[in-house]
Design a protein around this ligand. Structure first.
Ligand SMILES: [Zn+2]
Length: 178
């Protein structure tokens, strides 16, 4: 890649990041991005339904990231814990704001579960310890190593329930931010 082109690309990347930083600082108490970013937490996640737009008739309403990137299909709303301000970001910019590796991993696991209907241990733990979506006996049921055949329908039912609760939680949170 010629140096000039590389520089131009870096300029574009820098500009978008600067727009994001400026928007964050404008709505934060701290005056420095490294500190200000810690004031923000994920308050909602939803996916733009673009299933009708495949045939060219429907028009999906994609969102625009705070950094000006368009379109974003995986919409993440973030809230400032101190100012209560809200912003919309995509799944790329969220990584520039969230610093906590554990939070990032958890966020990703929840998104994957919703998208692929798959379940990780982390998701089950979050559903029990943090969100209290399942009881202790249901939690032990889901995490037991060798499951006898008769428990399988119960596991399927439990997983469907957890998924439904997460989708409802995220949609509710997302609605609040509009
Ligand atoms: Zn962005």
């Amino acid at each position: 890649m010629p140096p000039k082109f590389r520089r131009e690309q870096a300029e574009i990347a820098k500009t978008k990041f600067q727009i994001l930083v400026a928007a964050i600082l404008e709505r934060s108490v701290a005056k420095e991005f490294a500190i200000a970013r810690k004031e923000w937490k994920v308050s909602g996640v939803y996916f733009v339904d673009d299933t009708d737009s495949e045939d060219g008739r429907g028009q999906a309403e994609y969102e625009t990231c705070t950094c000006t990137h368009y379109p974003i299909k995986e919409v993440i709303t973030i809230t400032n814990k101190l100012t209560r301000d809200k912003l919309i970001v995509g799944n790329c910019c969220i990584l520039k704001i969230t610093e906590d590796e554990k939070e990032k991993k958890k966020h990703q696991a929840l998104l994957n579960a919703i998208k692929k209907h798959s379940f990780s241990k982390l998701l089950i733990e979050t559903a029990y310890f943090q969100d209290h979506f399942i009881s202790h006996s249901e939690y032990s049921f889901l995490t037991q190593k060798k499951k006898p055949a008769w428990v399988k329908p119960k596991v399927v039912e439990l997983k469907a329930r957890i998924l439904k609760l997460y989708i409802a939680k995220y949609q509710k949170n997302a609605m609040k931010c509009v």
